[in-house]
Design a protein around this ligand. Structure first.
Ligand SMILES: C[S@@+](CC[C@H](N)C(=O)[O-])C[C@H]1O[C@@H](n2cnc3c(N)ncnc32)[C@H](O)[C@@H]1O
Length: 226
């Protein structure tokens, strides 16, 4: 019997492969912690760049780089981006509900001699505990990993988590072609979701996206309106 999670048999992170029935009910597509955990355990975490996203490196090197503060990283995976910001003096808390991701991030922090806190939690259960708790929320391929029906709640969550004067820093992978990651989105949706609660300070295509995401990523800096 073939291993259902072998790299050869795991389909791309495409919503149609997650929900082959083609249901139009987005909430039915919500991905469970075990879906993600299985991908980490099987070595099929294809979204994992193995390093911080290059556009975040450039952002931190820019003249108007965000200044160190308290940062929450949503769905931080193995923690590459979280640790980049930690290495620049940010006080980082990363959250992911896949235990293997949390463990890998903690080990990476230890190996790199960096301080960061990694919590195994569902991001949608953070609002009460962490309301107004952060100067920054960092987003990188978590927005496209939750069901589209959860996106308004996601925008509200980020708004709640940020302090007045705080800012969402996001690298959105925005496309709607097949193959994932896993739920597509576009710029219009990003504007519609975030403009009510955030100022769109910048939303630009970076020049140094990894090859597989070139021309499809948008680096956002959205100060919260509070
Ligand atoms: C596509 S991966 C991206 C991981 C990481 N940001 C990166 O770029 O490598 C999406 C991550 O979000 C996590 N995730 C998805 N939904 C979540 C939720 N509701 N609460 C916590 N983590 C979640 C998954 O476990 C997974 O690690």
């Amino acid at each position: 019997m073939s291993n259902p999670l072998s790299p050869e048999s795991v389909p791309d992170l495409d919503a149609s492969s997650i929900n082959p029935s083609g249901s139009q009910d987005d909430s039915a597509q919500t991905l469970t912690p075990s879906f993600w955990e299985n991908r980490y355990q099987a070595g099929t975490a294809r979204w994992d760049l193995g390093e911080a996203a290059p556009p975040f490196e450039s952002l931190l090197a820019a003249a108007d780089a965000p200044q160190p503060g308290r940062m929450l990283v949503l769905g931080m995976g193995r923690g590459h981006d979280a640790l980049l910001f930690a290495s620049h003096g940010f006080e980082v808390v990363g959250v992911d509900f896949a235990p293997s991701a949390v463990a890998a991030a903690a080990i990476a922090a230890q190996e790199q001699g960096l301080t960061a806190k990694f919590l195994q939690r569902d991001i949608f259960e953070l609002a009460d505990e962490f309301a107004n708790g952060f100067d920054y929320v960092l987003e990188h391929t978590c927005f496209c990993a939750i069901a589209p029906a959860q996106r308004p709640a996601y925008a509200q969550l980020v708004h709640t988590l940020l302090r007045p004067g705080g800012q969402l820093i996001a690298l959105f992978w925005a496309h709607n072609r097949p193959g994932g990651p896993p739920f597509g989105c576009d710029l219009e949706e990003i504007h519609d979701l975030f403009e009510p609660g955030f100022e769109v300070r910048s939303l630009d295509r970076p020049l140094n996206s990894v090859v597989s995401r070139q021309h499809e990523e948008y680096l956002a800096r959205f100060p919260v309106k509070k």
